[in-house]
Write a protein that binds this ligand. Structure first.
Ligand SMILES: Cc1cc2nc3c(=O)[nH]c(=O)nc-3n(C[C@H](O)[C@H](O)[C@H](O)COP(=O)(O)OP(=O)(O)OC[C@H]3O[C@@H](n4cnc5c(N)ncnc54)[C@H](O)[C@@H]3O)c2cc1C
Length: 212
């Protein structure tokens, strides 16, 4: 009899794929009576869509990938039936060539997360925690993780934290200085859903130097 504890830190698309594979492997791997596996799933924004595909972003922000190209299901995963989860297009009833709203893709990912939790093998528990992981250190026999003001003891941790926020680089700093000096506003590159776009009034003074 054993108890294994795994942490997945960041449950956007990558963390979701890790979780999906883990659950398929655990389902197919023989285990003894009494063996238990706990998977703590941490995300600071929301499980499945996470930060990039957050479900509370405006509906007019679109993905640049088509609905028919996007899937979270790997072949042979009966927990995610192909007729429902095979592609995002199938799940949402969209044409395969349609470019979905970003938040709709986030809803697909969140639904996949729920379906994975619900169909985990009986000896496996997935425990979602909506909090930022702020500490991860080695301790004898495992790892100590801190999130939401609580400490967790885990055997293994998977880091699937995606794109991090970075400090402005030299070029961006020079744009910020330029904007300050000329009474302009510079919005550095990032996630459109997190940019203060409502602060920008309409008019010809605004130029977009967006990248990506
Ligand atoms: C601005 C932007 C636009 C994009 N547009 C598209 C697109 O249109 N189509 C496309 O196919 N791809 C797009 N991508 C690529 C995108 O990175 C991938 O589609 C996908 O989201 C990557 O998945 P991920 O899980 O690796 O990272 P993410 O989606 O970034 O997920 C990582 C997750 O980890 C969580 N996290 C991070 N740190 C912590 C922590 N310390 N504690 C707890 N949780 C944490 C975050 O909340 C986040 O939910 C875009 C990326 C960016 C940055």
């Amino acid at each position: 009899m054993s108890e294994r504890v795994i942490a997945v830190i960041g449950v956007g698309p990558r963390g979701l794929s890790v979780l999906e594979r883990l659950l398929v492997r655990l389902r197919d791997t023989p285990h003894r009576d009494g063996d238990e596996v706990t998977i703590w799933a941490f995300d600071a924004v929301g499980h499945g869509g996470g930060r990039v595909w957050r479900v509370d972003q405006p509906s007019w922000l679109s993905a640049n990938t088509t609905a028919g190209e996007s899937t979270m299901r790997s072949p042979g995963n009966d927990g995610l039936p192909a007729h429902r989860y095979g592609t995002m297009a199938r799940w949402a009833g969209l044409e395969p060539g349609a470019y979905p709203a970003r938040r709709l893709y986030g809803q697909y990912l969140a639904d996949v997360f729920r379906a994975l939790c619900a169909t985990a093998p009986p000896h496996v528990r997935v425990r979602p925690v909506r909090a930022e992981v702020t500490g991860l250190t080695r301790v004898p026999g495992g790892l100590r993780l801190v999130a939401g003001g609580r400490a967790y003891r885990v055997d293994k941790a998977v880091l699937t934290t995606g794109h991090g926020s970075v400090e402005p680089d030299e070029e961006q700093l020079s744009w910020l200085r330029h904007a300050d000096e000329h009474g302009l506003r510079y919005v550095p590159p990032g996630l459109a859903a997190e940019m203060p776009l409502d602060d920008l009034p309409p008019g010809p003074r605004w130029r977009c130097a967006a990248s990506g």
